[in-house]
Design a protein around this ligand. Structure first.
Ligand SMILES: [Zn+2]
Ligand SMILES: [Zn+2]
Length: 365
């Protein structure tokens, strides 16, 4: 069928709206008419070449939409269902079988650029475009994905809320609820009030954590963090010694620190914000491929600290469905992070994400 996609023709150039063709679904595939797609940092990193993908290509991986056609073997959704798109997964590796679906070991599903049979998921004038970006490619009016990448959603969840749940939001919320798991009375420091950090904050507000401290350098974002339930905010630009400030606020160190900024110096400091025993560090932000941080072994061992790398919030389909319920219950106001743009303005949405002018730009169709 004919569709319109925002094609990355060349790195560092604006996307170009272009007529494309979407094939009919194979047995395990679902064709979705998109109603919304979020813009995420990983999309921007493809556009500027930091993440090697391909050109011409179609990226985007925070989709929401309506099922338009399904393959013969598809059972979890039907034509007309409202769906959110989630990270791709194989369904049979150890992580998939043990509740860690978004940490699936088959990375070809995320970066493979083509369908499982090797054919393109999007063509233009008969030529395949690189697609299936993170299993999705949602910068288009329609997309063709594997059944395991769609999740039936309640009609009441707004499209612009549903879309970012599948990546940016689940990444922050899962890091808190599934990995760090705040216990009653504990303290949590979140480094970075971007979409991931603010999602982590909104999740943490639903736990028994006694202290939730947001660190950022933007006053408007810190103000939003306060409104969303942060018990304290720290402006990193106005603080001479961030580690000392955190230690003072938490009475000796935060039980948990979540690093979302991908700033190596902050990650290094994060190791020093933990208490003398049993601190937990969650690392979501991924700086460049050569970035390292160090932790003297004896203090690390003697403090019995935990270091957790977190992919996609260690999420799975059931967890994302839980976040939808939490939103509907009024306890997870993702809409506060969202700014919507029309598809024609997709380059404006990308620019707003890159500059930080919008926290979570979402394109609605
Ligand atoms: Zn993402
Ligand atoms: Zn898997």
């Amino acid at each position: 069928m004919k569709a319109t996609a925002a094609v990355l023709e060349q790195l560092n150039q604006p996307l170009v709206l272009s007529e494309v063709d979407i094939p009919d679904p194979g047995p395990t595939e679902v064709r979705v008419r998109l109603t919304a797609t979020g813009v995420c940092g990983s999309d921007l990193h493809v556009l500027d070449g930091t993440i090697p993908f391909a050109t011409p290509s179609v990226v985007g991986h925070e989709g929401a939409g309506i099922v338009e056609a399904i393959g013969a073997a598809v059972t979890s959704v039907a034509v007309g269902d409202k769906v959110g798109l989630i990270a791709p997964s194989c369904g049979h590796c150890d992580p998939c079988l043990n509740g860690h679906q978004f940490t699936c070991a088959d990375s070809s599903l995320k970066w493979g650029r083509v369908r499982s049979d090797g054919t393109p998921a999007i063509t233009r004038n008969g030529e395949g475009l690189a697609a299936r970006f993170l299993g999705q490619s949602t910068f288009a009016t329609h997309t063709l994905v594997e059944e395991r990448t769609v999740l039936k959603a309640p009609a009441e969840v707004p499209d612009e809320v549903l879309a970012p749940l599948g990546c940016g939001v689940v990444t922050g919320a899962g890091a808190v609820l599934r990995v760090l798991k705040p216990q009653p009375g504990e303290s949590l420091v979140i480094l970075g009030a971007g979409p991931v950090g603010l999602s982590a904050l909104m999740a943490a507000v639903n736990t028994a954590a006694a202290q939730i401290i947001m660190v950022d350098v933007s006053e408007p974002r810190l103000e939003l963090a306060r409104e969303l339930g942060a018990s304290a905010v720290v402006n990193g630009k106005q603080t001479e010694d961030l580690v000392a400030t955190i230690k003072e606020l938490t009475g000796g160190g935060a039980n948990m620190v979540l690093e979302t900024t991908a700033v190596p110096a902050l990650l290094q400091q994060a190791t020093q914000m933990l208490p003398s025993r049993l601190g937990r560090l969650g690392i979501v932000g991924a700086p460049g491929p050569d970035a390292v941080f160090s932790w003297p072994t004896i203090p690390l061992v003697m403090s019995a600290a935990q270091i957790n790398g977190v992919v996609m919030g260690d999420g799975n389909a059931a967890f994302v469905q839980g976040l939808m319920e939490l939103y509907l219950a009024g306890r997870f106001p993702v809409d506060r992070l969202v700014q919507t743009y029309s598809f024609d303005d997709i380059n404006k949405a990308l620019a707003a994400a890159a500059s930080g002018q919008a926290i979570k730009p979402v394109i609605t169709f």
